[in-house]
Design a protein around this ligand. Sequence first.
Ligand code: NAI
Length: 541
Amino acid sequence: ISPEAAYAMGLASQVTAPESSLDAAIQMIRIEQEQGDYLRDRQKWSGPVEISPVELGFLGATASGYIQSQTKGNYPAPLAALEVMVESTGDDIETACKREAEGMSALFGSPVNTALLNVFFLTDRNKKDRGVSDDKVKPNEIGSVSVIGAGIMGSGITAANVKRDILATILDVTPEALASGVRNVLEEVSYNKQTRGADPERIVQYAPLVNGTTSEDEVVKSDLIIEAIVENADVKKNLFARLEPKLREDTILASNTSTIPITQLAAELAHPERFCGIHFFNPVRRMKLVEVIRGERTSDQTVASAVAYVKRIGKAPIVVNDGPGFLVNRLLLPYMHESLELLSEGVPIAQIERTAKRFGMPMGPIELYDMVGIDTATFAGRTMWEAFPDRIKSSPILPALVKLGRLGRKSGAGFFNYQNRKKRAQPDPQLGALLREHIGSPIDIDHEQLTARLFLPMFLEATRVLEEGIVRDPRDIDLGLIFGLGFPPFKGGLMFWADQIGVNKIQKMLAPLEDLGGRFQTTELLNRIIVEKETFYGISR
Ligand code: NAI
């Protein structure tokens, strides 16, 4: 809330300009001391609150409704806090504090509490993680950044830098694409939540930090160059070949590619050690996670510098070794793929979506297809089914939708229909008819089984990621999925969830599914954890 709003609500006693706040505070304390107002306030605040039962009832009911709509019943603490507040309005301070302590201790130690504490520890660990084990490596100072490609990602990445007062050059091939990119950057950095529009003062403050150009000579002086152009390996390699000879010896070159192996992009570079992936998620403004991808020849110096830089712009970096889909997309794809398998077996879209959301995902996998774009998802999927044909197949459903021009939300229809902007999008009733040959007749499947079908392929893939050393610790998987996919924090992370329910239970859930093929086959790591009676967090402590 703004200072003015806080004043109007009685939360603040006075509003001052930042430069006079110390004087104002001193003066306020002197006045309070003289008049003794603070003692009267203290007495008033420690007594019962004057409120009529009708008003209190109304307040409790509306607040509770609002909380439930936000927490979907998954987070007990806000409701418990409301209950304490409502019930203790008529109490004196002693009784109210006792009630609060009781309410608090009832929550402590619950599975949700344990999971949220884990999320706190994951975040804390991430803040301290320098990305490399060698303490002697000192990250490069990144004072200026260039972003190549002024599309969705390029402008988002540029804005993230400018917001943190980093001088950013943004380059595109055509003046039109550049102009639109720079406009998007300025719109984003100057956005004022209250007026829901651009704030002219902020534009004046930030505009000097943005340098839009179409000349490659202007980007080569930066400390870090992030490429975010079309997803085509040859076009990207040509760009790097032109730039590299003009770079300083300590300039770091990075790609925001979401599918092309970093080692492959670095193959013809003279200095592959100064090259890595810095993979942001869309929309950059909202997504905190950034994957720092280490190619085969990327140096510790480059990794440590990229990690420090990502933190500097307020994001959470995880270091990931090169491999198809890196970390987050590698784990996301098996889950999304399974939703198509279920659909083709005849499970209704609404049931798939409901199960995913009941598990705690912010949206179901089918709606996610529409959001990502059916064409983009097909493209990203190809990387996975080419790399892992034993467990990911290309589904005929996606190309059929593309053929019908149903590319997802951006085209007004995909699996869902988005024509009516006022209503929440619903599965399109016409879909069955449109895709008759690909979708089976409705079948019955219970909630438990559907949950296992959706989430176990993701979990098994995570165990393979650990086996292959794609990440250094199961905690990276958990942080990556919470910040990169919206995996439910109240479950503490995917591997934490598996540890909590226990690998034996997972083994039981898997048993009836193994006939479905490679994607449900147990893995060596899972077997080892079962035999050794261990946990994922336990073996990597
Ligand atoms: P986009 O199509 O919105 O933007 C690409 C921009 O690059 C265009 O403005 C184009 O004019 C420009 N461009 C093309 N060739 C160029 C060259 N040689 N030099 C300078 N500019 C050039 O694409 P988008 O979605 O921003 O993706 C960019 C990169 O980011 C791709 O590698 C993509 O895989 C990756 N990525 C995309 C995500 C997404 O959700 N859109 C998420 C994470 C990564």
